[in-house]
Design a protein around this ligand. Structure first.
Ligand code: TYD
Length: 391
């Protein structure tokens, strides 16, 4: 399925950069033999992860709390070594590793985007600015010890060369070590029709079956899975060296559920495609109708996901007046491809729009609780996952 011409999801820009804007075709495919769902044309990672990366984990209080839970879970379930060493692939601003650091656990964050890595360092996290691959893994082993846990969140699906990840993990992991990562889940995306999970950074949308297939060939077994509510429906995967740890029953259960859901069948993706098209038409019709009635429509959260929605739907500043976002590096720029102004949060509060499109729908509970006054003032939310509705 093609979502058409697409810019880099997090490439918020200023008008003087319009001439240099990079576009590629966002199209997806699902592999009939290993079940991997992926984007076909993969922009160069250097275009996405660099010294001006726009996403900071600490912008969401709930995600910070989630990573505290995540770290606690890894420690309780798997860190049975005497003086464990934990490595995080893509540590961003250190929101996860901080939880290990606080307990005196030896750690290292590997982060290719220098600006977010600097933020992690500011929080006392030991970091190295680099992409993760087998070479990085060898270098870490040369200086430190094998890792008792390699953790990641919303990162592994960003790395086009999955085989290199697997090779690096095998290289770095201690014999009884675990590799734990969580990512947006294919089963949830298909169930909710949340096509906005598809953008350049998400090279893969994983499932238990596809993770099992991808890592098995590198001697890594999927030994546990745990569904997560984060990012609109994610899955946590735990892998270990073949034979090192027993697989928990949740793995076979998840794989069976995926077969039942039809994740291996082409018809499932045909249905998904028509659902995306209907969702796009409904959202465009609704917003254009409101605009024709003279209503003010703004967006809430200049998410990466919103780049897919806005470009696929062809919505621009004539439809959406501005999008408010709390991330300073996104503010006073415009959205990639569609050039809608991104304004600080204050712009939303100071003059409420009539309607706000909830682009950060994965933070719905946090946002709706915070924005009770908007609803009380007559403001309405436009949501588009799982269906286009006004609340
Ligand atoms: P995120 O959840 O990471 O989505 P994506 O992976 O699609 O980028 O990003 C949420 C964005 O929404 C981020 O730019 C911060 C912003 N945001 C707000 O502006 N206000 C809020 O209350 C929350 C929770 C997020």
């Amino acid at each position: 399925m093609s979502f058409g011409r697409m810019p880099i999801a997090n490439a918020f820009l200023k008008p003087c950069q319009f001439g240099d804007e990079y576009f590629y075709e966002l199209a997806t495919a699902s592999c009939g033999s290993c079940g991997t769902f992926q984007i076909i044309d993969q922009p160069d990672p250097g275009k996405m992860f660099h010294e001006a990366y726009a996403f900071f984990t600490r912008t969401s209080k709930r995600m910070v709390a989630h990573f505290a839970d995540y770290a606690g879970w890894v420690q309780r379930e798997f860190l049975d070594a005497a003086d464990p060493f934990v490595v995080e692939i893509g540590c961003n601003d250190g929101a996860m590793l901080e939880n290990f650091a606080k307990r005196g656990i030896r750690h290292l964050g590997i982060e290719p985007s220098a600006n977010v890595a600097a933020e992690a360092a500011r929080h006392g996290i030991r970091t190295t600015v680099s992409f993760f691959n087998s070479q990085t893994a060898r270098q870490i082993r040369a200086h430190d010890e094998p890792a008792d846990a390699i953790v990641a969140a919303n990162v592994i699906c960003h790395i086009p060369d999955l085989n290199e990840v697997a090779r690096g993990v095998s290289e770095l992991l201690a014999d009884r070590g675990v590799f734990v990562f969580e990512e947006p889940y294919l089963g949830a995306m298909i169930e909710k029709g949340s096509y906005d999970q598809i953008y350049d950074e998400h090279v893969f949308i994983f499932s238990a079956g596809s993770v099992q297939n991808a890592f098995r060939r590198h001697g890594l077994d999927l030994i546990d899975v745990l569904p997560q509510a984060t990012h609109g429906g994610s899955m946590r995967y735990v892998l270990a060296k073949q034979g090192a740890r027993d697989a928990r029953p949740a793995v076979a259960e998840a794989v069976a559920r995926e077969v039942q859901q039809g994740l291996g069948r082409p018809e499932t993706y045909e249905t998904f495609r028509s659902r995306c098209e209907s969702s796009r038409d409904a959202l465009v019709d609704l917003i254009r109708k409101l605009r024709a009635e003279g209503r003010r429509v703004a967006g809430y959260g200049a998410t990466s996901k919103s780049t897919t929605v806005l470009n696929y739907c062809g919505l621009g500043p004539q439809d959406i007046e501005f999008i408010s976002d709390t991330t300073p590096v996104k503010q006073n720029k415009v959205t990639p491809g569609t050039h809608i102004p991104v304004l600080p949060y204050e712009a939303f509060v100071e003059r409420y729009p009539d309607y706000a499109v909830l682009f950060a729908w994965n933070h719905e509970a946090e946002i709706l609780a915070k924005e009770e006054k908007f609803a009380a003032a007559g403001g309405r939310w436009i949501k588009f996952v799982p269906e286009v509705i006004v609340t």
